[in-house]
Design a protein around this ligand. Structure first.
Ligand code: ADP
Ligand code: MG
Length: 322
């Protein structure tokens, strides 16, 4: 039987994710109705991924389903929120059953990992685009905001930086250093196509953090947002920037440029007052201290010789309308 808008919703989305107790009215009515615990507030974020802008039209739909949800989950992690519900606005050029099934599976697999339920959406015809709005719960007053960095806070990042940027350069600029093997490229490509939202780390460090952001547009740009919002600057020790084994193989300057300025990593950057550093260390997480917050409103990069170079914190990063 031919797929229609309604059979599509029923087949691929109505039961795509596990059911939560706090969903009072599920997919199928005019609105979803959700119940929020009394001690929490709701954190909301929406992201749109447009074919040809945010992903290549020929991308594997399973990974696209994963990434469409991952970028929103990353925002919840940056806010210190725990995932609860999401809605999905899908614009499709055609009804392709294989494509939809893989897309829904990629999305649902990540949703199951984070106990987030799809509770509604909209389906329209047009150029391929995906909007996901995520809703998370954050204990009253416990949200992590960009504006709360304090002088001499230590700056931490999760995971490694620059991997997604390297994969993007290969696809966009045919940049392909010989030193990188098949295995390196499959690792780097996975980092671009299926980022890991750092919710587990976020929940563990939450009690100790002053300010946080997720790195979607590059460390300098996104740390820059913390600094601007907080009226602060930062000193970054380039030697401390964590690079993956794959990125360590390439020219160091190139690797650092990717780590500082390329986007799509979806790691977290957060600041911690010095008195909480022992507690953070004791957690034994995949995080790295890369520098500290300063009073002067600039980013100072310290290279391996301890030589500082000044960067205007407003100059870097991706701007869709630039
Ligand atoms: P309405 O016309 O009232 O907006 P729709 O016909 O758009 O309702 O959608 C019917 C139901 O299916 C609604 O509950 C809506 O939230 C849900 N829905 C529509 N598209 C999607 C989708 N892509 N994913 C999940 N739920 C969807
Ligand atoms: Mg509708």
């Amino acid at each position: 039987m031919a797929l229609t808008e309604f059979s599509l919703i029923k087949q691929f989305f109505a039961d795509a994710t596990q059911k939560r107790q706090d969903v009072i009215v599920d997919i199928g009515d005019d609105c979803a109705v959700l119940s929020c615990p009394e001690d929490s507030n709701i954190a909301i974020s929406i992201d749109t991924l447009v074919s040809g802008i945010h992903f290549f039209a020929d991308v594997d739909p399973y990974t696209l389903g994963h990434k469409s949800l991952a970028v929103g989950l990353s925002d919840l992690a940056a806010m210190g929120a725990t995932p609860a519900w999401f809605t999905l606005a899908l614009t499709l050029p055609e009804l392709n059953e294989n494509w939809l099934s893989a897309f829904a599976e990629g999305m649902a697999t990540l949703a199951a990992e984070h106990d987030i339920q799809l509770v509604g959406g909209d389906t329209t015809k047009g150029p391929l685009s995906i909007s996901i709005q995520v809703h998370g719960l954050v204990r009253k007053g416990a949200q992590l905001q960009r504006s709360q960095a304090k002088s001499s806070d230590k700056i931490y990042i999760t995971g490694t930086l620059g991997d997604a940027g390297a994969a993007l350069q290969k696809r966009l600029a045919s940049w392909q250093p010989e030193i990188l093997s098949e295995a390196d490229w499959s690792f780097l490509t996975k980092r671009l196509q299926q980022p890991t939202p750092r919710l587990a780390i976020s929940q563990k460090v939450l009690p100790y953090v002053n300010a946080a952001i997720d790195i979607s547009d590059g460390l300098l740009a996104d740390l820059g947002h913390i600094l601007t919002a907080s009226g602060k600057g930062a000193k970054i020790n380039l030697d401390a920037i964590p690079l993956s084994p794959s990125l360590k193989k390439i020219d160091r300057k190139r690797a650092l440029e990717l780590a500082l300025s390329s986007g799509d990593d979806y790691e977290l950057c957060f600041t911690v007052p010095a008195e909480h550093v022992p507690a953070i260390k004791a957690l034994n997480l995949d995080i790295q201290q890369i520098g500290e917050i300063t009073d002067e409103q600039q980013i100072v990069l310290l290279n391996e010789n301890g030589q500082p170079s000044l960067l205007d914190i407003t100059t870097k990063g991706y701007d869709h309308f630039a």
